[in-house]
Design a protein around this ligand. Structure first.
Ligand SMILES: C=C(O[C@@H]1C=C(C(=O)O)C=C[C@H]1O)C(=O)O
Length: 189
C-alpha cells in the first residue's frame, strides 16, 4: 500500500496584501543600485582622465616647455594644494594626493622618458620614489650621489603639501632626505 500524501498547508492572502505587490527591494537590489552608480561615476572619471591626458599630449606636442625636464614639482604642489583646499567628504586627503601623484607621473612620462635615480636606496626610499613618481616610473639605484643623475637633471622631490619637509644640502626636500647624503633625483633618460 502506498503512503498517504502529506497534507499541504495553503495560506490565502487577502487582496492587496504584500504577496500581490512586487517584491520589496532587498539588500541585493540596494547593492546592485549602488554599484551601478559607482560604475556610472567610474565612467565619468575615466572620461575626464582621458580628456586630461589629451590636453597633456597637446602640451607635449606643442613643445612649449622647450625640451626641458617634463617634471614641474612646483606646479604639481600648486595643484595638490588647490585640490586639498577644496576637498570635502569621506575620501581621505592622502588618497587624493596618491591618486594625483600617479596622474602626474603618467603625464610627465607622456612628455618624455625620465629615470628616477635613487642614491643608496633602501626599501623605504624605493617605496617613496614609487609613490612620488608613480608606479610606472623607471627607477635605478646608484652608489655615488654625483654619478646618480644622468643627462639633464630636474629636481625630483617637491615640497609635500603639508607639513613642509626640511631642506637638505642637496637642495631637495622631502621625507626621504633624512640623511644629507641620500636623496632622489629624476633625470631625462
Ligand atoms: C603637464 C605638465 O607636466 C607635468 C605634469 C603635470 C600634470 O599632470 O598636471 C604637472 C606638472 C608637470 O610635472 C605641466 O608642466 O603643466
Amino acid at each position: 500500500m502506498s503512503a498517504a500524501p502529506k497534507p499541504q498547508t495553503v495560506t490565502a492572502s487577502p487582496p492587496g496584501s504584500a504577496t500581490d505587490s512586487p517584491p520589496a527591494a532587498g539588500p541585493a537590489d540596494a547593492l546592485g543600485a549602488l554599484r551601478a552608480e559607482i560604475d556610472r561615476l567610474d565612467d565619468a572619471l575615466h572620461d575626464l582622465l582621458m580628456r586630461r591626458a589629451a590636453v597633456v599630449a597637446d602640451l607635449a606636442a606643442s613643445r612649449v616647455k622647450g625640451g626641458t625636464s617634463p617634471l614641474r614639482p612646483g606646479r604639481e604642489a600648486m595643484i595638490l594644494r588647490r585640490l586639498l583646499g577644496r576637498h570635502q567628504g569621506a575620501l581621505p586627503g592622502d588618497a587624493v594626493v596618491r591618486l594625483w601623484r600617479e596622474i602626474f607621473g603618467a603625464s610627465s612620462a607622456m612628455q618624455g622618458g625620465f629615470t628616477v635615480a635613487l642614491h643608496a636606496p633602501d626599501a623605504a626610499q624605493a617605496r617613496l620614489a614609487r609613490d612620488h613618481f608613480g608606479g610606472q616610473s623607471a627607477r635605478r639605484g646608484c652608489r655615488w650621489w654625483r654619478g646618480c643623475p644622468s643627462g639633464r637633471t630636474g629636481r625630483g622631490r617637491e615640497p609635500w603639501p603639508s607639513p613642509p619637509a626640511p631642506r637638505t644640502r642637496a637642495g631637495m626636500t622631502g621625507p626621504c632626505c633624512g640623511s644629507r647624503r641620500r636623496g632622489i633625483a629624476a633625470a631625462r633618460s
